[in-house]
Write a protein that binds this ligand. Structure first.
Ligand code: NDP
Length: 255
């Protein structure tokens, strides 16, 4: 679909940047924020075809889209990507750190590489984007950040010591950042999903899935849209007095 950039870029609203939005939860967040009226920039690792589908869907909602592959673990690449987004759109207003990976294993079998790649992507990736965005937020005294953690980062999970550590790190990082940035009208919150239906959880065996379902009081796996709805609220002005908090979207799995 042809997009007329001049018509589509909002004059009074900055754009939203979502990491890891070619698929899954990030994709749902990008499209929800497009519905909310944001122009949308996003990155991913490699799945260009999936990214193009997200682009087409956001364009069909009347928003302008900018996307590029960018490894969130690579600080230089992230800095260049954020700069490219700002050159395209102008003012970054909303940052959602969603890119994440799992490399599950019991600790006795966990290789250093599985530890490091999970930390680099999930935790350092979040630092890289916040670090790259925050100077502009401070200058403008305006900006919102939502970092995607996991209930695994709040409560822990067997075979996920690397992932739990990274996701718990995101919560501590975000609390500090929230305190540091609140005087500058910048809010930082965390969303910790439970079990959500995406490619990340698609490989789970029917036996394990059955067990998971039994542990969810609401009796169903979450949809990416369940998470996107909360992110949409948190970045909006409706949440203007909320910062430094962690919100679970988990169907009650942790009750
Ligand atoms: P998916 O595996 O479905 O999608 C992951 C997305 O992140 C893809 O767009 C992928 O890009 C991108 N990505 C992965 N690594 C990188 C990287 N190094 N640089 C840039 N982009 C990257 O994951 P989900 O949608 O399920 O998960 C999204 C977030 O939610 C993650 O942080 C995850 O930990 C968290 N979460 C998920 C839960 C679930 O049950 N699904 C539960 C709790 C938290 P590409 O397509 O190119 O690979």
């Amino acid at each position: 679909m042809e997009a007329n950039i001049g018509e589509l870029i909002s004059e009074d609203r900055g754009f939203a940047l979502i990491t890891g939005a070619s698929r899954g939860i990030g994709r749902a967040i990008a499209l929800h924020l497009a519905d909310d009226g944001y122009d949308v920039a996003f990155c991913y690792r490699q799945d260009l075809e999936a990214a193009r589908q997200v682009e087409a869907e956001a364009l069909s909602r009347g928003r302008y889209v900018f996307h590029q592959p960018c490894d969130v673990a690579d600080f230089q690449a992230v800095q260049a990507f954020v700069k490219a987004c700002e050159e395209h759109f102008g003012t970054l207003e909303v940052l959602v750190n969603c890119a994440g990976i799992i490399r599950d294993n019991p600790l006795v079998l966990m290789g250093k590489e599985d530890w490091q790649s999970v930390m680099d992507t999930n935790l350092s990736g979040c630092f890289h984007f916040c670090r790259s965005a925050v100077f502009g937020f401070l200058k403008r005294k305006r900006g919102v950040i939502v970092n995607i953690s996991s209930v695994s980062g709040v409560y822990g999970n067997p075979r996920q010591s690397n992932y739990s550590a990274a996701k718990a790190g995101i919560i501590g990082f975000s609390k500090s950042l929230a305190k540091e940035l609140a005087p500058y009208n910048i809010r930082v919150n965390v969303v910790a999903p439970g079990y959500i239906q995406t490619d990340m959880t698609a490989s789970v065996s029917p036996k394990v899935l059955e067990k998971v379902l039994q542990s969810i009081p609401m009796g169903r796996i979450g949809e990416p849209e369940d998470v996107a709805e909360l992110v949409s609220f948190l970045v909006s002005n409706r949440a203007k007095y909320i910062t430094g908090q962690t919100f679970q979207v988990d169907g009650g799995i942790t009750l």
